[in-house]
Write a protein that binds this ligand. Sequence first.
Ligand code: SF4
Length: 227
Amino acid sequence: MTLNKQKGNMYGFVTHTWNAIKGRCSHNCEYCYMKNLWKSDVHLDEKELKTDLGEGNFIFVGSSTDMFAKDVPDEWIEKALEHCKKYPKNTYLFQTKDSERFGEFDFSDFKNIIFGTTIETNRNNNLNNSPKRSLRVKGMNYMWLFGKRKMVTIEPIMDFDLKDFVTYIKIIKPEFVNIGADSKGHNLPEPSSEKIGMLIKELKKFTKVNLKPNLKRLYALDMEEAP
Ligand code: SF4
């Protein structure tokens, strides 16, 4: 198997994606762009464990399904992590909506690693089966993650209450925040351009902000420095 070059709507700062765990994600987010692409239940693709991950790459591991979702067995995740550890000269991004589960695995051998979670809004909605926002924040604040590189992605951004939303994100102490929009017309409740501008201004007081090209439907883009 080969390492996939970053393309499409992927983060601009990522050079590659790699997915050893594939298939239907149990979080079942209404807006998930992968939903129509999964052809099987979640599984470990053993062939991927032979992929040369190279060096000097910035790899988003688990970009096609949430590899830390509760129904993914520990053993599969451990095998994926062990494979990454064989290629220590890369930077790895691990992102999940079940960030509490990060604490169940040993990341101590990784030299360059970023832990990420998604927080689309501060408001409650019933758009997925994933852990509540408060649990995602809690998982990103466990003691063992203090001082580690962290990121938050606000994608797809949904309408929010500025003060509460910023507070949620600030607690995590992310090195950078990514903001992106729904690119598939899921009719989500979306904020105005003015509110997005206010959010960016507040976030920039304590972190870097990376705007994804798909945000341009909602906000005139002024691309920020990527991490
Ligand atoms: S957590 Fe990610 S991969 Fe899983 S359903 Fe939601 S958007 Fe899709």
